[in-house]
Design a protein around this ligand. Sequence first.
Ligand SMILES: [Mg+2]
Length: 277
Amino acid sequence: MVKQINWQQILIQCKNNIQKQIAPLLKTLNQPQPNLGIGAGGDPIKQIDLAAEEAIVKTLKEHKISFTLISEESGEKKYGETPNENFVTADPIDGTTNIDRGIPFYATSIAVSTKPILNTIHTALVTDLPHDITYIAQKGKGAYRNYQKIAPSENTSLEKAVIGMDLNTYRVKEIAPKLSSIIQKTNHIRHLGANALELCYVADGTIDAFLDIRGKLRATDTAAAWLIIQEAGAKITTPEGKPLNIKLDPKQKVTFIASANPKIHKLILNFLRREKE
Ligand SMILES: [Mg+2]
């Protein structure tokens, strides 16, 4: 018999253990850091990323859970006797550069699914680590921020909107023109440097939209926030307006438009379409 697992409680334990594990490392960031090679997602591994990942694995092992870990750092790893029962997709630390530079905006992101496919995710957690704010969603049960139910913004005016976009790519000359009319129309463009958390900001109405059309962001960074967005009642699609239907794989890349409500979503998609023509 498949045992019942209280995933919400376990993910909260994971994030508590991450906070404990990284606390001493945060104090030694100004000292030289060891070279730990390149992670499965393609970025250099930092001690703090590994400590956070180890905290997740240790917590799940303590609960004797069999699982396949799909992580930005170690790639895909199987644990326990029946690892195909549970898939745990994690970006142990999203926003490592912010940590390095002392910008208090970084998160941990963990999603649990029955298959290595985005739309089978049933439980998700994103925690804003420096502020200890936790977003949680369970399929069909809504999305919560520190246990308070959240809903996206009802704003439908692009002029008044606060829109996040990630333009962090060497292909900026190709990407930026596609977004230029949205930038022109909106008075408030932001990029804060931890995409999982910025997506949660769309879910709870802090911002009105977040766009990433670079083709550079990983599935591991997006998985948990995807469910949080859906359960909050916000929208997330491909830049063409189709459902995101991606494999959960450390190398899988994703492009998306996330927005607060169908009206503002449509406005943004129309602007993108027009730039293409
Ligand atoms: Mg990371």
